[in-house]
Write a protein that binds this ligand. Structure first.
Ligand code: SF4
Ligand code: SF4
Length: 443
């Protein structure tokens, strides 16, 4: 018979908890953190995604996505939100610990401080201010020049890296580097220096202080936690074996005592405390006192770890995942029906006999448009151009004139404007319109 008591499944002696391919949780986390930064770099640098600041439009693989592309933008974000809900329900605040670049670069700056000054606690910054009100540790302002050079140089490099990554989202990388190297456009300088300066001060002084005291994002992740969301747990049945070495507390850069993690604590499931306790207790021939745990998980009689079906976290995960299929379907519909061009038609203000056709090319290639009209005598209609090539991402306007007067009888005349596009998706735009020809006495 299976045990009903939710015993905490602890790792076996000499076999620290491994996640994938024999790697420890902290090693997997480092890989995920680096992969996330590579993804952030890859998006603008491969041309997959950037934002056109002049128009405020998203550009995906060179194709403009307008706010009017409703079925692309809204379902995509609803899908992302519902997918994140499923992840946070199961894994807690993993975004902070495993992906957020504020945390990643703060950790790397702490590691740099440790390398430069011998201890992260001796580096400058508010990051060591404790949530429990403990006074900040000594800040090594008078350390040797060499130590400061390494530290400040490293922080400058981190800051510029983040700054260039962020700027590349609003200035295409090729243009960005050209502007930075030639000084052709000072906007690139100001953006890189501005973002880099803020990041420099952040990494120099703030780091995890932001995560602990200011960042509102954890609130959103907390909302989706349940009683059985993954968290770090302490094996209270073996409390007497804890030597109070405090290694787990010291390893926690969020300033939590891992032996007393609450469901709604700010723990980001980084696993640092689990690994240090595994190592420490392993040296004494004992299993770790700390491990990742889900309340829905228990140890069966045969010693295997099992998960209860339909725990609150599982239900939320399943519901959120199923719900995310709806916006995903709408998003796919948006991709299929995406129009790579846009045509507008309007009367020229103050002119009864002139109309303006707007041709917008949302693609990364030149687009050819052919204009025509039906319903009026051909000799009475003139287009500024009947065939127009519009460069990538740009638009052109063509004026259509009805005249000369005297051909059409006074009164209202219906007609239809037709615009054809050919690549990458052949299309046809038709617009019904009316022209009013005044009588000679009115004219
Ligand atoms: S309690 Fe452990 S897992 Fe949670 S943030 Fe602190 S070190 Fe990371
Ligand atoms: S690392 Fe393990 S043994 Fe040391 S204080 Fe933490 S729980 Fe106790």
């Amino acid at each position: 018979m299976e045990q009903t008591q939710p015993l905490i499944p602890m790792p076996k002696i000499g076999k620290p908890a491994k996640v994938a391919g024999g790697l420890r949780v902290t090693q997997v986390r480092t890989i995920v953190q680096v992969a996330f930064i590579v993804l952030l770099i890859a998006l603008p640098f491969t041309g997959l995604f950037h934002i056109d600041l002049s128009t405020g439009r998203f550009v995906i693989m060179g194709y403009q996505v307008w706010w009017s592309d409703f079925f692309l933008i809204l379902p995509f974000w609803i899908f992302v939100i519902s997918a994140m809900t499923a992840v946070y329900a199961m894994l807690g605040m993993v975004y902070c610990g495993w992906a957020c670049i504020q945390n990643t670069f703060s950790e790397w700056t702490n590691a740099l401080a440790k390398f430069s000054f011998g201890s992260a606690a001796l580096g400058p910054g508010f990051g060591e201010v404790s949530l429990s009100g403990v006074r900040p540790k000594k800040v090594g302002l008078l350390r040797k020049l060499g130590q400061w050079t390494i530290f400040v140089g490293g922080v400058t490099l981190f800051s510029l890296t983040v700054s260039v990554i962020i700027t590349a989202y609003v200035i295409p990388p090729r243009t960005l580097f050209h502007d930075l190297l030639t000084g052709a456009n000072h906007t690139a300088y100001w953006l890189v220096l501005g973002i880099g300066g803020v990041m420099f001060l952040n990494l120099l002084l703030v780091r995890h202080y932001w995560c602990k005291w200011v960042c509102p994002y954890p609130l959103w992740q907390h909302m989706f936690k349940t009683d059985d969301t993954l968290k770090v747990a302490f094996d209270h049945s073996r409390r007497a074996e804890c030597t109070g070495c405090n290694l787990c507390v010291k390893s926690c850069f969020i300033d939590i005592d891992p032996r007393d993690t609450k469901n709604y604590s700010r723990c980001i499931n980084c696993g640092e405390c689990v690994v240090v306790c595994e190592d420490y207790m392993g040296k004494h021939g004992k299993p770790s006192l700390l491990t990742f745990h889900k309340n829905g998980v228990y140890v069966a009689e045969d010693g295997t770890t099992k998960a209860r079906r339909l725990s609150p976290g599982t239900v939320r995960f399943v519901v959120a995942t199923l719900f995310s299929l709806v916006p995903l379907s709408l998003f796919i519909y948006g991709i299929v029906t995406y129009s790579p061009y846009r045509v507008t038609f309007s009367q020229v203000p103050g002119r009864f006999d002139q109309f303006e056709v707007g041709l917008y090319n949302k693609t990364p290639r030149p687009e050819r448009f052919v204009l025509g009209e039906e319903g009026l005598p051909p000799s009475n209609v003139t287009f500024g151009q009947t065939e127009v090539s519009v460069p990538p991402g740009e638009h052109r306007k063509v004026v259509m004139t009805v005249g000369p007067s005297g051909v059409l009888a006074p009164g209202l005349h219906n007609f239809q404007v037709e615009v054809k596009s050919f690549t990458p998706k052949p299309g046809q735009f038709r617009q019904n319109a009316t022209v009013y020809i005044p009588s000679p006495s009115q004219g």
